[in-house]
Design a protein around this ligand. Structure first.
Ligand SMILES: Nc1ncnc2c1ncn2[C@@H]1O[C@H](COP(=O)(O)OP(=O)(O)OP(=O)(O)O)[C@@H](O)[C@H]1O
Length: 560
């Protein structure tokens, strides 16, 4: 028996569904017992030559069989409902825990592991909760009743069955720890293979360029081999568990049958009792056999728990990456950076950063130290600095993805909120869907707005040349578009957000000189209506920018 407390808690979150599933399972079991009693009665009636009783017993058997069929169907449906609800709740919590800005800086997080936990891990929990938990409860409720009935009918037969049930339950516990260890090893191997595979697929271009495709294939084959070995080890344990359970069940049933035969031979008990002992002792082991049948379900659930706990799917509270908090000082309570669809058309005048300091966990010193910065509506503000100077960190602080150690970030004298900001990153993310879907992430969907934003971002002519215009499908991660097109589409999306602050990280890195000049002109124009802060590595983009701020190793100082 594998009792996993976190999974019992998941089941207990839906007490009505759990109770319905267990109650129906118990009723199905009682139907089996009723049928066994009716069979015993019919057989003894045959022996006694009482045709009327035989007919009555046979119709009872038939009636109970029909009832059992209906109950079994209802039970399967109740179990599926319970499993489905638990699965949905766990996935919801996993999404809440995963889609947080802190994850951006969680250096231990691997997307492939997350995918494995959300897919097979959650399925494992469903199986445990919908099949294994009700089977345990059923066993605990029903086995003692049948054993007591048997003890009353024939103490020896009752004792044989009780010993068999106990041995079937306690026997496999002898290697419980080994079972858990092998299960977790198996899960770790599976997670590692999933994560490596996903990263290899994403990095295929790099692997090809570096000529390491075959090396990666080999590494994945090693992983796959490790998973195969782990699976075999698990199967061996499973075989052991099944053998012990089977031996206990068969041993108990045979011993009880021997007692029944002895009664029959010595004439100690009437035929009805002998048949009852034979049939009930078999029924007493039914819950044990069912539990054993769901062993795999229980095991899947058991192994999925650590992965799901790691991503915070088994607790209501959001988990933060190590060293970070889930609080968001630059956004208001309703609007975390994840809920920041910009809603405000109202322009703001000045973004002011005062005394800002930040240090990465375990880093020896601040990456941003006592930083002051002012960016105003009306003209473009650029931030320059050597690689590693902290430009991206500054943006992450402004966006609320990181929590400053000290300092404040204000917009027109009030704390900056995540929803005040639209952002164009160096490697903008586009999602699978149409061009329109990708632009609609920012909120506005009116055709005229899309056209205007795309024109401003210098992408309109290309979108209009696409076979289906705004309804052209963009493949996952925008791979069907060029780097420059992705960047300009992201700029259009940011313009549509109409946020009072626009952060742009090197907006021209993927553009040719003409396009680059166009985009910079657009930014100058946009900066008349909102605060625009631009990270720049290219000096040509700084032409005409009145405020160029240089981020040196520890603080920001104006060079303009
Ligand atoms: N998650 C992290 N954990 C620890 N240190 C980090 C982390 N992210 C960045 N750093 C460190 O912080 C410093 C600033 O990094 P940041 O990415 O902000 O620089 P940057 O100016 O944007 O560089 P680039 O121009 O190359 O993009 C670097 O020394 C970097 O190694």
């Amino acid at each position: 028996m594998m009792i996993v407390p976190p999974l019992w808690r998941e089941a207990a979150r839906f007490p009505a569904d759990l109770a319905r599933s267990v109650a129906l399972l118990v009723l199905v079991f009682l139907a089996h017992v009723g049928q066994a009693v009716a069979i015993a009665w019919s057989m003894s009636a045959v022996l006694r030559g009482q045709a009327q009783d035989v007919l009555l017993a046979l119709s009872m058997i038939l009636g109970i069989a029909m009832l059992r069929l209906v109950l079994s169907l209802a039970q399967a449906s109740a179990a599926a409902r319970l499993g489905g609800r638990v699965r949905q709740a766990v996935r919801r919590r996993a999404m809440e825990a995963a889609l947080v800005p802190e994850r951006l800086h969680d250096t231990a997080a691997r997307d492939g592991s997350m995918r494995a936990s959300l897919g097979d891990g959650v399925d494992g929990i469903d199986a445990y909760v919908s099949k294994y938990v009700p089977a345990i409860v059923q066993l605990l409720l029903t086995c003692p009743i049948v054993v007591v009935v048997l003890l009353v009918t024939s103490p020896w037969a009752g004792l044989c069955v009780a010993a068999g049930v106990l041995f079937a339950l306690v026997g496999p516990m002898a290697w419980k720890r080994m079972m858990a260890r092998r299960g977790l090893d198996h899960w770790d191997s599976y997670e590692a293979l999933s994560a490596d595979l996903l990263e290899s697929l994403r990095g295929m271009a790099t692997l090809r360029t570096l000529g390491d495709v075959s090396g990666t294939r080999e590494r994945l084959q090693h992983r796959s081999e490790a998973l195969r070995r782990a699976t075999e080890r698990v199967m061996r344990v499973s075989l052991g568990e099944t053998s012990v359970t089977d031996a206990a069940v068969q041993g108990g049933a045979v011993a009880a049958a021997a007692v029944a035969v002895t009664h029959a031979v010595t004439g100690q008990a009437p035929a009805l009792e002998v048949y009852l002992i034979l049939l009930l002792s078999s029924e007493a082991f039914r819950p044990v056999r069912e539990l054993s049948r769901h062993w795999h379900a229980g095991f899947l659930g058991l192994t999925a728990v650590p992965g799901l706990e790691r991503i915070g799917a088994l607790s209501e509270r959001r988990t933060a990456a190590p060293g970070h908090t889930t609080s968001d000082p630059v956004s208001d309570p309703e609007g975390g950076p994840g809920s920041d669809r910009a809603a405000e058309d109202r322009p703001a005048d000045v973004l002011r950063v005062r005394g800002l300091s930040f240090r990465y966990p375990d880093a020896p010193r601040d990456v941003i130290h006592d930083l002051d910065l002012t960016a105003r509506r009306g003209s473009l503000t650029a931030v320059v600095g050597a690689s590693g100077a902290g430009k991206s960190t500054l943006f992450d602080l402004l966006l609320g993805f990181l929590t400053p150690r000290t300092g404040s970030i204000d917009l027109d004298g009030r704390p900056l909120r995540a929803r005040d900001i639209a952002v164009v990153s160096q490697r903008p993310v586009l999602f699978a869907g149409t061009v329109r879907d990708n632009l609609a992430v920012a909120g506005a969907t009116a055709e005229a707005d899309l056209v205007e934003a795309c024109r401003d971002a210098g992408i309109l002519d290309e979108v209009q040349r696409f076979p289906r215009g705004f309804d052209t499908e963009v493949t996952e991660a925008g791979t069907s578009l060029s780097g420059g097109q992705r960047q300009r589409l992201a700029l259009a999306r940011a313009l549509l957000a109409r946020s009072p602050v626009l952060l742009v990280d090197e907006p021209t890195s993927a553009l040719d000189a003409d396009r680059s000049a166009d985009v910079v002109r657009t930014l100058h124009r946009v900066a008349r209506d909102r605060v625009v802060l631009m990270i720049s590595h290219r000096t040509e983009t700084l032409t005409g920018v009145p405020d160029v701020l240089s981020l040196d190793s520890e603080h920001l100082g104006s060079t303009s």
